[in-house]
Write a protein that binds this ligand. Structure first.
Ligand code: NAD
Length: 463
């Protein structure tokens, strides 16, 4: 049967329309599932391939993750600010660049060997399998990408449970990880997540027989839930890091470092300065430099009360204030602050509600101490035994040592902003999962491996 010109035209139009709709339709994201059991099964299949892969191949995947993270840093930063309403784009871009460059890869997987008269013994680091990773909304894609680099370097695959407030950003990062794996010749589903994660789906993950290890990065609730799951848990929980200043410090620099650390990404990092304890003899000078050179706003007693009523409305942390800028928070209490303002300060006792609570916003209470002994006691009290992070500005080695020993935290930064602990303006590698509760400290690829002893008796010692 002959096709008329009109019919031919209609077919061509239909094909062109179909091609256009395929071009414009959103591409399905890789590694995203609707059911937790299916997601874990897919990650398990991918892990079997990962485990057989040469180290070199794992490193190629990780290099590609680094590259895609850098290329997508701005997109991810904007997406996270838009989705969560927290933090600021500029600092989030820096966080992505930092993790791409300084998160350890396969070089962190090492072998220990003993060779002697009775042969050769090795300790090798092997994968756990499929790791469950619960991530916070404060650093959503940073945690997903940083965890993925370390976990894949160890030969694992990972099922992510993102925070419901940061799903879009987290799933975008999961997709990037799978794109990286495929383009480097690896399998898909090295990282998986659900399109609509819920508390229930997290609970399924926590009880699943194919999940031998769970890394929980978040507040006290989730860490306690994971540590009660009966599985091995890495607990990266909350902190309330004090910055202690003694009379020997360079006070002008201390003011600058503290405000820079406190305001980075609007105070979202768990390591950021949450309050200051300063010895009385230099406290006025510290406040002077904070106001004079570091864009701080001194809140009056009435404004402090309004802040309490707003950011701790009903006695609970108001999540609408978390990670907001100082000006945004001030506008919520009716203060129209100048454009340069980036930190709200005030003086108070350690029990002051805005000082004792972990707020995650640029509100920085200053507690006056009569001397170093009093300062150490107050700062230790304020850290609430989280053993997370603490900072100090001092040139007195004895004072630094005493505070470090008394506070006993996973991170202790001296004479620098808190972010030096993440390798930003300080030595060392980067991580966004600081296992304060369970003691692994700053996690890296080796944290996500099992130690195995491999013994060859009376052989292979060639001496
Ligand atoms: P959050 O505790 O509200 O949520 C963290 C994650 O846990 C989310 O994915 C959430 O859905 C999940 N979750 C919460 N309760 C749960 C439960 N009972 N069972 C299963 N899953 C649960 O924390 P957030 O607001 O997203 O992040 C901020 C908190 O995380 C702060 O306390 C901060 O100090 C802490 N944090 C710690 C680290 C660290 O490395 N130690 C890093 C980032 C954030």
């Amino acid at each position: 049967m002959a096709v008329s010109e009109a019919q031919l035209q209609a077919i061509v139009s239909a094909v062109v329309a179909q091609m256009k709709s395929e071009e414009t339709a959103p591409k399905a994201q890789l590694g995203i599932f609707n059911d937790m059991n299916t997601a874990i099964a897919a990650a398990k299949d991918a892990q079997k391939i990962m485990q057989r892969m040469p180290m070199d191949m794992r490193e190629k995947i990780i290099s590609k993750i680094r590259q895609l993270t850098k290329e997508n840093a701005e997109i991810l930063a904007k997406m996270a600010v838009e989705e969560t309403g927290m933090g600021n784009v500029g600092d989030k871009i820096l966080k992505h660049q930092l993790l791409a460059e300084k998160t350890p890869g396969t070089e962190d997987i090492t072998t220990t060997a003993w060779s002697g008269d009775r042969g050769l013994t090795l300790i090798e680091m092997g994968p756990f399998g499929v790791i469950g990773a619960i991530c916070p909304c404060t650093n959503p894609s940073e945690t997903v990408l940083c965890n993925a680099i370390g976990m894949l370097a160890g030969g694992n695959t990972v099922v992510f449970c993102p925070h419901p407030q940061a799903i879009k950003t987290s799933l975008y990062a999961v997709d990037l990880i799978n794109q990286a794996s495929i383009s480097a010749g690896g399998p898909c589903n090295v990282a998986v997540a659900l399109a609509n994660p819920t508390m229930e789906s997290s609970n399924i993950m926590m009880k699943h027989p194919d999940i031998p290890l769970i890394a929980a990065t978040g507040g006290p609730g989730v860490v306690t839930a994971v540590l009660s799951s009966g599985k091995r848990g890495i607990g990266a929980g909350a902190g309330n890091p004090p910055a202690l200043v003694d009379e020997t410090a360079d006070i002008r620099k201390a003011a600058r470092d503290i405000v820079n650390g406190c305001t980075f990404d609007n105070n979202l990092p768990c390591i950021a300065e949450k309050e200051v304890v300063c010895v009385d003899s230099v406290c006025d000078e510290l406040i002077h430099w904070m106001l004079e050179e570091n864009d701080c706003y001194m809140a009056s007693p009435e404004e402090q009360q309004k802040l309490i009523d707003t950011v701790l409305a009903g006695g609970r942390l108001n999540r609408k204030c978390v990670g907001r800028s100082a000006r945004a928070i001030l506008s919520m209490i009716g203060v129209n602050a100048p454009e340069n303002i980036r930190c709200i300060i005030f003086e108070g006792e350690k029990e002051h509600k805005l000082i004792a609570e972990e707020l995650m916003m640029p509100i920085l209470g200053i507690v006056r101490a009569k001397d170093i002994d009093d300062a150490i006691e107050k700062a230790v009290w304020l850290e609430h035994g989280c053993r997370h992070s603490a900072h100090m500005h001092s040139k007195n080695v004895e004072n630094l040592t005493r505070f470090g020993q008394a506070i006993d935290t996973a991170i202790f930064v001296k004479n620098a902003p808190s972010y030096a602990a993440l390798g930003f303006g300080g030595e060392g590698f980067c991580t966004f999962t600081i296992a304060s509760r369970t003691g692994e400290g700053l996690t890296s690829a080796s944290t996500f491996t099992k130690r195995r002893r491999c013994v060859m008796s009376d052989s292979l010692c060639i001496r």
